[in-house]
Structure formats: structure tokens, C-alpha cells
Write a protein that binds this ligand. Structure first.
Ligand code: MGD
Ligand code: MGD
Ligand code: SF4
Ligand code: MO
Length: 719
């Protein structure tokens, strides 16, 4: 069944059943929501990404709609008691506007910052970027996608001229003769995707997984490479070295479709396999088998995810695998290519429409004069009034409340108290703010620190679009109205913008503009129509994507410049998005992690996800079935290491780094390297993994090094 076969709702109307998508990850599985007797139930729906499957998170997603802890009224911090107290919308919004005006009068416009999220719909992400630049006129906006997608995005941009996570539909994975997954654990992070891995192997294909742990995904692989965290780039360079030696490089393709290979050829000449083995621990024989499987396959796909990317050399590591893919002639060939597995529900669209510090809608650069002219025209403001680029997420968070940093922050769709690296420091920065505003539907750890909390609608209560990991724009559809007292993010932004305009000297209404809220419409379809115009002619061109068109098919792939022209399920068939149409090689060298192990901190610490929890856990920790499945954090240790430390399974341990510590029960498992420990990052408080992580960032993307730092593990002596 296509999306269009379903009843679409319009704001102001509800139907008891609606075809929509899961609120969580970038797979955006199709689901039908049904309301009976006031209860909402989830039913899996055929959609090309999930083909009728859902994971446990999707199945239970509706439980939060009527959750007792749901926020249904604004909260204001009471100066006397220091507590958050229920307040009227008028009081809450006035407090925000007064706070913003005071801070900007004292410290300038850039003293107010905005932090967004990759879970926001395209419409909200777009409106948030516009709100920052037009209503607040601050250069400071960035978002949690900086923690997630930015290294692969930067590598894709510099190699291919465009960043679309998967440049082909997911179904292509099933057709690959060889599939290499680097730092990806889809069996836990995108379970329905495993269907393609199964199909691929049933067709006789080979699956190779690169992960320091024997994950549920690695267990299905024909070959598992188990490197030391942070050494993937050495592995990539060695694979290309072998491919060159063995004559598997596609010279015709390299000559016709790329530039810069010579420098890469020279740089990987020094990466003989034994050198990569010494660094990574991956045996030469396995490197050779991997290179052979890729180099001799008819169709081969290389995918990276956060395990390879969340490093201070993430851009170069991804580039190493892109170089390999280009040398083998994969990108643009049917059933072949390089891709990155985008994570958040709208991780793809969220990075295209202006939440990023240096970007305007349509993937335009904010420092490009033509881009500024175009977008300012759509927004009805002079181009020279648009602020310039801000700074990447971690740098922004780390500057809050400091003498030169922003004094006020508005957060929409993120919980950095749990999810930011070196989180205790960031928590301190948030506490130093004059004004912290958080819009959420639950009291996240970040909302709990706020001066003002605004209750916002949930996914089943709003219309909009999301762009999934394939670059497919699809429709989120409302089943019901938000509960009384709750507003949508778009309505909050519109109201704030109107109040700011009424109170401020900066942007008097344009001639003929009667209603000051005109600039910030609250109807998502109207916002989307404006987004289409703003993105027109940009790299991520949505001009030809209408809601009707999405409804009539299983979504629309960008770029899609005209309403009657085709969309683009597969990129790069004839040319890349660079000025000369050729992909670019970049020589990249392995370098050590920002923090290396030493006598005091002798172990490698890496972090990631478990199936039943999502991200900072605000949502999934409150769902009963998920809490039962994954009740608490843990520290995964090899039994040999645990033996040396005198730690038994389930006993509490402390993981200590130079920045802080976490406490959680030990989970003994031979599935991890004995020199490495792992913890999931879904919990706050004493078990917060990000109390330990390093805040080193990639110099190009600004992405933090969540996947490696140096720690020691200690037994916690119980009283
Ligand atoms: N259940 C669940 N699913 C999710 C999410 C969630 O929170 N929970 N979040 C969504 C989001 S936003 C994202 S970004 C995706 C992330 O999806 P994934 O990237 O699949 O998830 P992670 O667990 O962060 O990391 C994947 C693997 O990287 C490995 N790893 C650690 N260090 C290294 C290294 O140096 N090299 C290599 N090669 N591997 C390493 C870890 O052992 C882990 O198994 O998941 C999405 N789906
Ligand atoms: N150590 C470690 N840390 C990591 C990672 C890791 O692998 N290891 N991964 C990183 C990655 S890849 C990511 S993506 C980040 C994610 O980490 P966060 O940015 O904290 O993401 P979420 O937990 O999804 O936070 C979303 C918050 O917004 C709320 N929310 C959801 N939808 C909406 C909406 O539509 N509107 C509003 N206003 N609020 C909404 C939710 O209730 C929740 O409180 O974590 C990063 N942190
Ligand atoms: S795989 Fe992702 S989109 Fe699908 S049901 Fe699970 S969380 Fe939702
Ligand atoms: Mo992510």
C-alpha cells in the first residue's frame, strides 16, 4: 500500500486511523495508528524501508501520548523556591521575550542561541533556522546532528559535492554481492533493515562487519573484523593498498569520473597490511579477504555509521572508505556505492534546511552571497540583515554563559545534559545561562534545568514531512489534536516571533504586511510550501516535492526540482554534484585518538546504543516494556579483564576518565576486546556515559569523539 492510499488528515480534523511513520530513527518505518476508546495502538504498515516490520520501540511508541508524565502546561522557575511551577502560556512567553530582550540589549544579538534536533520535521527545522536568523537575528544556531551526521556529511560533500546519507534506495543493499558495514550495528539500531542483510546473504552475498564488539550484527556476518576503536582509517587505507597491489582498482572509472587519485595512491602505498594489523589488531588475512570480497564483487556497497564517524578524525576516516569505494568504481554503479546510515528520524532533512550554524535552507552556505540573496528574498528581509555563520554544537554549548558566549539558549528537540560529550561541563554551562528555554513533551534532564519549559505536541498530533536515511521525503500525519494546553513547535515559534516583533526595534512589519505572524505560519503545509521555494536551486532541492506527490507514491527522493519532473532515487549515475561532475579523492592519514591510554587510564572506552532505548532516553526510559527490556545502564567488560579487576557479572563498577566517572553494573561478555570497555549512553545521573567521554572534536566537522577515550575501571566496594 502506498502512502497515498491512506486518509490524510488536515489540521483541525482528526480521524480515528492514520498512516504515518515511527517517531524514532531514520528508517522511518511505516505504521498505522488507530484510536479506539481513547487509546492509540500501533500497527505495522508496508513501506519500502520496513516492509511491514517494526522494532520494539516502534511498537510501543504510542504509549507516550497519554503518559502520566506528559507535560501539559508551561513551567516557569519560581525565583523564590527555585522550583518549576505551572504557568500560563502568556506568562511563559512573556518571560522568554523579556529575557531575550534583556540579554540582547546588554550583550548584542548573538547573546541568544538556538539548539535544534534531527528529530524535528523538515517544517520545524526550517522554521527554527528562520526564527534564529529573522526573529532573533543571531548567528548562533546549531543542533544535535553535529553529534551524529556531520563527519559523514563533510566527507560526502568534499568527495561527491553533495551529502545524501544513502545515495540509493535501501532495497539496493539486498542486491550487493559484498556489503561492508563499518561501525554500524543495525541489528540493534535499525532492526527491520536486517531484512536486507538476510536477503543479501540468501542471494549468496557476503556480509563483512567492522566493530570492536561481536554485536548482534557482527554475529550474522561472514567475516567480522574486530579492530581497536579509532583505527578504522588504518584499515581503510590498508584495504586500498591491497586493492592496488592486486589490480582491483577500476582504472577506467578513476580516469573518467574522479580527480586526485594519484595523491591517494601515493599515500596508501605506505599502508601495507601488516602495519594496519599492528595498529588495529585485524589480522592481515582478514584484511586481504575483505579487500578481495570488495575488489572482485560484481556489486559492492560500503556503509559507515557512528562507530567509524564519531571520532576526532571522523571526516578523514569516512574519506578513507569513500576513497576505497571510488577506487573500486562503486559510486553511481547499479547496486553499488558508498553510503552513511543516518540515525535520527529526520537526521537527513534536519541537516538540509538551516539548523546548521553555517547553512541556509536547501543545503546552501550562509556565507555565499547568492544563497543569502535567494533565501532573504523568500524570507522578505534584506540579505545584509541575515547573520553570518555561527559555531558547531559542542563549541556553542561550551561557550554558554561564558563572558563571550551566549547568555540565553532555546532548545527544541535535544537533551544535551545526557547526550553531549563531557556532559558535566556542559551541564555547568547550561546552569550559568541567564535564560534557558526548553520545548519538550517530557521533562528531560535538560528541561529540568530550564527557566521556562514549553509543552509541545508529539508526533501523532502533528502533520509534516520527514526525510529518511535514503533521502526520501515522507509524510508524518496527525491522528489527533494535542491535549489541551499543549502547542506545536510551529505555533510556539510563531507566537514568540510575533511577540519579539511587537516588542523590538529591529524588524518593523513590511509595507502591506498586516499580521506580524505572517512570517511564521503555523500550518505545516504552508511552511513546507515556503521551504520548497527556499530550497529551490540548492543542492537539496525540494521545489518539486508537494504533499500530494508524497501521498501519491511511497515518498519522493530529493533532489526534485520540478513538480512534473522526476525525483532522484539514485544519485551519481552520470555525474557527481561537483562543478566538473567528477568525484574528488583526498589523501588521508591515520592518526591516534585525541586521548591515548596510559598507565593511569589503561583502557579504551567506547559508547553506543542498545535495542530497547533511544538516544538520551527521555522517551524510551518512560515506556514500560522498554524499561523492562533494558532497565539500566551497564559496562560491558571482557571476562579476562573482569578477572584481573576482580569484578563479577552484575557487580557495580566505576569507569573513570580525566573528565569524570560513571557507575553501573558490570556485564561480562567475551564479545568485546579485553582492552576495551563499552557503555550505552541512554541514561543520565550516576550512570551517564557522557560524564566520561572526551570533548575532542573533528577539526572539519566539529563532531565529538564519542567513540574513544582513555579510562580505568574500578570495583565499587559496596557498604
Ligand atoms: N535502539 C536504538 N536505535 C537507534 C538509536 C538509539 O539510540 N537506539 N539512535 C539512532 C541514531 S540517532 C543513530 S546515529 C543510529 C546509530 O547507529 P549505529 O551507528 O549502528 O549505533 P552505535 O551503537 O552508536 O555504534 C555502532 C557500533 O559502533 C561500534 N564502535 C565503537 N567504536 C568503534 C570504532 O572505533 N570503530 C568501529 N568500526 N566501530 C566502533 C560499537 O561497538 C557499536 O556496535 O542509531 C539510530 N537507531
Ligand atoms: N556517548 C555518546 N553520546 C552520544 C552518542 C553516542 O553514540 N555516544 N550519539 C550522539 C548522537 S548520534 C545523537 S543523534 C545524539 C542524540 O541525543 P539528543 O540530542 O539528546 O537526542 P534525543 O534523546 O532524541 O533528544 C530529543 C529530545 O527532544 C524531545 N523531542 C522529541 N521530538 C521532539 C519535537 O518534535 N519537538 C520538541 N520540541 N522536542 C522533541 C525528546 O523528548 C527528547 O527529550 O546523542 C549523541 N550523544
Ligand atoms: S527501526 Fe527505527 S523507525 Fe523502525 S520501528 Fe524501530 S525505531 Fe522506529
Ligand atoms: Mo544520531
Amino acid at each position: 500500500m502506498t502512502d497515498g492510499a491512506q486518509t490524510a488528515t488536515r489540521p483541525g480534523r482528526t480521524t480515528p486511523e492514520v498512516a504515518t511513520h515511527c517517531p524514532y530513527c531514520a528508517l522511518q518505518c511505516g505504521m498505522t495508528l488507530r484510536e479506539e476508546g481513547g487509546r492509540v495502538s500501533v500497527h505495522p504498515r508496508q513501506f519500502p524501508t520496513n516492509r511491514g516490520g517494526l522494532c520494539q520501540k516502534g511498537w510501543t511508541a504510542a504509549e507516550l501520548l497519554d503518559h502520566p508524565e506528559r507535560l501539559t502546561t508551561p513551567l516557569l522557575r519560581d525565583p523564590a523556591s527555585g522550583e518549576l511551577r505551572p504557568a500560563s502560556w502568556d506568562a511563559a512567553l512573556e518571560r522568554i521575550v523579556t529575557g531575550i530582550r534583556t540579554v540582547q540589549a546588554g550583550h548584542g544579538r548573538d547573546a541568544v542561541a538556538v539548539f535544534g534536533g534531527g528529530g524535528l520535521t523538515n517544517e520545524k527545522a526550517y522554521a527554527l533556522g528562520k526564527f534564529a536568523r529573522v526573529a532573533l537575528r543571531t548567528r548562533h544556531i546549531d543542533y544535535n546532528g553535529r553529534f551524529c551526521m556531520s563527519s559523514a556529511a563533510a566527507a560526502g560533500m568534499r568527495a561527491f559535492g553533495v551529502d545524501r546519507g544513502l545515495p540509493f534506495p535501501l532495497a539496493d543493499l539486498g542486491q550487493a554481492d559484498t556489503l561492508l558495514l563499518v561501525g554500524a550495528n543495525p541489528a540493534e539500531t535499525m532492526p527491520p533493515l536486517v531484512r536486507w542483510l538476510t536477503e543479501q546473504r540468501q542471494r549468496g552475498g557476503r556480509l563483512i562487519v567492522v566493530d570492536p564488539r561481536v554485536t548482534a550484527t557482527a554475529r550474522q556476518a561472514d567475516l567480522h573484523l574486530q579492530p581497536l576503536p579509532g583505527t578504522d582509517l588504518a584499515v581503510a587505507n590498508a584495504l586500498l593498498h591491497i586493492a592496488l597491489t592486486e589490480g582491483w582498482v577500476d582504472k577506467e572509472y578513476v580516469d573518467a569520473r574522479t580527480t586526485g587519485f594519484e595523491a591517494v595512491r601515493r599515500s596508501v602505498a605506505g599502508w601495507w597490511p601488516a602495519r594496519a594489523e599492528a595498529l588495529s589488531g585485524v589480522p592481515v588475512a582478514d584484511l586481504e579477504a575483505t579487500a578481495r570480497a570488495l575488489g572482485t564483487a560484481g556489486r559492492a556497497v560500503i556503509l559507515t555509521a557512528r562507530g567509524a564517524e564519531q571520532h576526532a578524525k571522523g571526516v578523514d576516516t569516512v574519506t578513507g572508505f569513500v576513497n576505497l569505494a571510488l577506487a573500486l568504481g562503486l559510486p553511481g554503479r547499479p547496486g553499488s556505492g558508498y553510503g552513511c546510515l543516518t540515525g535520527q528520524g529526520n537526521g537527513q532533512g534536519g541537516r538540509e534546511h538551516g539548523q546548521k550554524a553555517d547553512q541556509l535552507p536547501g543545503y546552501r552556505k550562509i556565507d555565499d552571497p547568492a544563497a543569502r540573496e535567494h533565501v532573504a528574498g523568500v524570507w522578505g528581509v534584506p540579505a545584509d540583515e541575515l547573520p553570518g555563520p555561527g559555531v558547531p554544537a559542542y563549541q556553542l554549548l561550551d561557550s554558554l554563559g561564558t563572558p563571550d558566549g551566549p547568555k540565553a539558549l532555546l532548545v527544541f528537540g535535544s537533551n544535551p545534559v545526557v547526550s553531549a560529550p563531557r556532559a558535566a561541563r556542559i551541564e555547568g554551562r547550561l546552569r550559568d545561562l541567564d535564560l534557558l528555554v526548553v520545548a519538550d513533551f517530557l521533562l528531560s534532564e535538560t528541561a529540568a534545568l530550564a527557566d521556562v519549559v514549553l509543552p509541545t505536541a508529539q508526533w501523532a498530533e502533528e502533520d509534516g514531512t520527514m526525510t529518511n536515511l535514503e533521502g526520501r521525503v515522507l509524510r508524518r500525519r496527525a491522528l489527533r489534536q494535542p491535549p489541551p494546553g499543549v502547542r506545536t513547535d510551529l505555533a510556539i515559534l510563531a507566537d514568540l516571533a510575533a511577540r519579539l516583533r511587537a516588542s523590538g526595534p529591529d524588524t518593523p512589519p513590511a509595507p502591506g504586511e498586516a499580521d506580524p505572524t505572517d512570517r511564521f505560519p503555523t500550518d505545516p503545509e504552508v511552511v513546507f510550501t515556503e521551504l520548497r521555494r527556499a530550497s529551490a536551486g540548492g543542492l537539496a532541492d525540494y521545489a518539486g516535492v508537494s504533499w500530494e506527490r508524497i501521498d501519491a507514491a511511497d515518498g519522493v527522493f530529493w533532489p526534485c526540482p520540478t513538480e512534473d519532473g522526476p525525483d532522484t532515487p539514485r544519485l551519481f549515475a552520470d555525474r557527481f554534484a561537483t562543478p566538473d561532475g567528477r568525484a574528488r579523492f583526498h589523501p588521508v592519514e591515520h592518526r591516534p585518538a585525541a586521548e591515548e591510554v596510559c598507565a593511569e587510564y589503561p583502557l579504551h572506552f567506547t559508547t553506543g546504543r542498545v535495542l530497547a532505548q533511544y538516544q538520551s532516553g527521555t522517551q524510551t526510559r518512560r515506556v514500560a516494556a522498554l524499561r523492562r527490556a533494558a532497565p539500566e545502564a551497564f559496562v560491558e567488560l571482557h571476562p579476562d579483564l573482569a578477572g584481573r579487576l576482580g569484578v563479577g557479572d552484575g557487580e557495580p563498577v566505576r569507569v573513570v576518565s580525566r573528565r569524570g566517572e560513571l557507575r553501573a553494573p558490570a556485564r561480562l561478555s567475551p564479545a568485546i576486546r579485553p582492552d576495551t570497555v563499552f557503555a550505552p549512553f541512554h541514561w543520565g545521573g550516576a550512570a551517564r556515559a557522557n560524564s566520561v567521554t572526551n570533548d575532542a572534536v573533528d577539526p572539519i566537522s566539529g563532531m565529538p569523539e564519542f567513540k574513544i577515550c582513555a579510562v580505568r575501571v574500578e570495583r565499587v566496594e559496596e557498604p
